[in-house]
Write a protein that binds this ligand. Structure first.
Ligand code: AMP
Ligand code: ZN
Length: 500
């Protein structure tokens, strides 16, 4: 029996605004699509929060027994500077300013994105498609929308006809809770130069003006796809016309995701997504962290502490812990105090994990109440994660379990009074939820841990030498280690070491 049968997953669906039991289209299999970054600059810590939400969702879906196809795209064309249909392409602009090929910009920031993901221990998606790799499919989708009468061509550009779509199919505005009439009255008047029939219409294909670098031939002339189109195309291609879960940051609900829905319905007549999930914003003094507001910093700055907003550097695992302490649907305000507290909490949890693995189980008279208590906490952990991925409550459960583990370690509670079955479950679930689901690892680089292991090996060899009264060897080990900056200190508990 799979864990998702015992602990069914509930998701707060942004589309219906209800918490719904998750029911995948193909039992046991999940299609998950998440909007990836626009690779024209370094990712900041706000971006990390959104990708973390879906990393943990992916991990948890797998943990409870689903097979998941996780698609997260790279936006490398079509995202314009003002997020709408005018202005320069973000990537082309960067290329112009830095005198680089657009694909050089794309490669540079894609590499950086991947490095950040590794630093924060994210799992790679199953497929990472790019918009420029799917131009043909995007042209095909524009054709289907045109054929179905929901778009019009003007002077080499193709626009989606929102009003026509709304009167024929309806539903535009449902995801973001906007009313079409309000949207119309809130948008600027079209000026005489505008090619659109209505200011709400959006480009699905744009004509490349003279000097525009990133362009492709199409039935409407040289041009490039509109930003919203790529996600509709790539999710359909890899997950089907209707798939299970679509995720992204809250700020993408409108217009990006609203337009994705309209495009899919217009092209293929199907609602593309059953469950929409949106991760809320990381804020600084209550304001969204963003490049343009100048209140953002990169993960690298966070680790070195080299930024005006930071008192010092913090490790990536501390940041994971900090973010997972709040529910993904709430805003999360950054502060040095919160990070310091998170660092302490994270260490407390990792110490409990280390203690758990040192415990040696020996059965004694059973304590039924204690057994039931530990079992209940272990079940709560999964109930809370299955309750719309409530990592905040799951961490509270892990702390309660940590107190029990510490009591077993210091002898206040007798470990043997747990049944062997409960102890095995405690060890397995506590470890796997922390490392596999929350993705928290000991905050130590591999390099350090290899050094530590090597020094420990020398300490053991030195002890053997001393036992054999081979003092020449034991002194040589101590002196040679000292020469390379490793000081050994003998004490009643054995030999410890410090690195200079
Ligand atoms: P972008 O590269 O701007 O398209 O953003 C990549 C992802 O990060 C999107 O899903 C955004 O919604 C998300 N994002 C941007 N700013 C923040 C923030 N301050 N907090 C959380 N997520 C964010
Ligand atoms: Zn998208």
């Amino acid at each position: 029996m799979n864990l998702h049968e015992t602990f069914p997953l509930y998701i707060s669906n942004s589309l219906t605004r209800q918490k719904e039991v998750f029911n995948p289209i193909n039992p046991g299999h999940v299609g998950l699509y998440v909007c990836g970054p626009t690779v024209y600059s370094y990712v900041h810590l706000g971006n990390v929060r959104t990708f973390l939400t879906f990393d943990v969702l992916y991990r948890y879906l797998r943990f409870i027994g689903y097979k998941v196809r996780y698609v997260r795209n790279i936006t490398d064309v079509g995202h314009l500077v003002d997020d709408a249909d005018s202005g320069e392409d973000k990537i082309a602009k960067k290329a112009r300013l830095e005198n680089l090929e657009p694909m050089e910009v794309v490669q540079m920031y894609t590499n950086d994105f991947h490095e950040v993901l590794r630093t924060f221990n994210f799992i790679d998606p199953s497929i990472e498609p790019s918009a420029t790799g799917h131009i043909i499919e995007q042209i095909e989708m524009v054709k289907r929308i045109l054929d179905n009468g929901f778009a019009y061509e003007v002077n080499g550009s193709v626009y989606f006809d929102v009003l026509k779509f709304q009167s024929a199919k309806g539903g535009y505005g449902e995801l973001s809770g906007r009313v079409l009439e309000d949207l119309i009255s809130n948008t600027r008047e079209l000026d005489g130069q505008d090619e659109k029939r209505n200011s709400l219409d959006f480009a699905i294909w744009k004509k490349a003006e003279a000097g525009h670098i990133m362009k492709w031939p199409s039935p409407w002339g040289m041009g490039f796809p509109g930003w919203h189109l790529e996600c509709s195309v790539m999710s359909t291609k890899y997950l089907g016309e209707t798939f299970d879960i679509h995720g992204g940051g809250m700020d993408l609900k409108f217009p990006h995701h609203e337009c994705e829905i309209a495009q899919s319905v217009a092209a293929d007549g199907q609602k593309p997504v059953n469950y929409w999930m949106h991760s809320n914003m990381l804020t600084v003094n209550g304001q969204k962290m963003s490049k343009s507001l100048g209140n953002s910093f990169s993960p690298r700055e966070l680790i070195t502490g080299d930024h005006a907003l930071l008192n010092r550097g913090y490790g990536p695992m501390t940041v994971r812990f900090f973010m997972l302490q709040s529910h993904y649907s709430s805003t999360l305000d950054f502060s040095n105090d919160a990070l310091e507290a998170a660092e302490k909490g994270y260490k407390r949890l990792m110490n409990a994990l280390a203690s758990l693995h040192k415990l040696e189980y020996k059965a004694a008279a059973s304590d039924d109440k204690l057994n039931a208590e530990v079992q209940e906490l272990l079940n709560d952990l999964l109930r809370n994660l299955s309750d719309d991925l409530n990592t905040a409550k799951a961490i509270a459960d892990l702390f309660e379990l940590s107190s029990k583990i510490n009591s077993f370690a210091n002898g206040q509670l007798n470990l043997g009074s747990l049944s062997e079955e409960t102890f095995t479950l405690l060890k397995d679930r506590f470890t796997r939820i922390i490392t596999e689901v929350l993705g928290l690892l000991p905050e130590q680089s591999n390099e350090n841990s290899v050094t530590d292991d090597l020094v420990k090996l020398f300490i053991e060899l030195r002890q053997d030498a001393r036992k054999n009264k081979d003092f020449a060897t034991s002194d040589k080990i101590r002196d040679d280690l000292a020469k390379i900056g490793v000081t050994l200190k003998d004490g009643p508990e054995g030999t410890s070491f410090s690195l200079n």
